[in-house]
Design a protein around this ligand. Structure first.
Ligand code: AMP
Length: 172
């Protein structure tokens, strides 16, 4: 874990003043860190019968794809509005300024699925809470939620429902 941490770049005042941005591109470009991230993520879910990993656009696509591959599960993208070509479900959520929307294909998850929803960073939890609502409305058997990084000072877990198990590799 210390090795991964040493490869995460901390960028002050990005994207706006006062935000400390945890940049995972420097970990993803390092072969050993990428390997450890993929392995450690998959170890959390090895015996859970996971059938689909949902990745949140866009940084959640990287870890989500690796996790799906490692688990022998399918990958499902949760995307910004207008990006998915077929019939979608949409969910609005509050951001610091205004609202945002994410979408998922209506046929992406079925009731026999066991799902991990993955994003790179848990900050306020607004994005993940919206993704959970979308996935829940498709009635899978079980939903797990996973992050590479959790920013505990922002208490994002409080924004997530109690009936999903949340794991993160690294907590700051
Ligand atoms: P939130 O909805 O507040 O939990 O924000 C989560 C999304 O914003 C994730 O998809 C992250 O990629 C991104 N994000 C928010 N804050 C940070 C941060 N300090 N460092 C890196 N990514 C962040």
């Amino acid at each position: 874990m210390e090795y991964i941490k040493s490869k995460i770049r901390e960028v002050a005042d990005y994207p706006s003043k006062g935000i400390l941005f945890y940049d995972l591109t420097t970990a993803f470009k390092d072969p050993r860190a990428l390997h450890i991230i993929g392995w450690d993520l998959s170890q959390l879910y090895r015996d859970k019968g996971v059938t689909k990993v949902v990745g949140i656009e866009s940084r959640g696509f990287i870890g989500g794809s690796i996790l799906a591959f490692e688990l022998g599960a399918g990958f499902v993208p949760c995307r910004k509005p207008g990006k998915l070509p077929a019939d979608t479900l949409r969910q609005e959520y509050a951001k610091e300024y205004g609202t945002d929307v994410i979408e998922i294909h209506r046929d992406a998850i079925t009731p026999d699925d066991i799902v991990v929803i993955h994003d790179d960073v848990l900050a306020t939890g607004g994005t993940m809470a919206a993704a959970i609502k979308l996935v829940k409305s498709l009635n899978p058997k079980k939903i797990y939620v996973n992050f590479i990084i959790e920013l505990s000072a922002l208490n994002g877990r409080a924004a997530l429902p109690d009936d999903v198990e949340v794991t993160s590799l690294i907590t700051y």
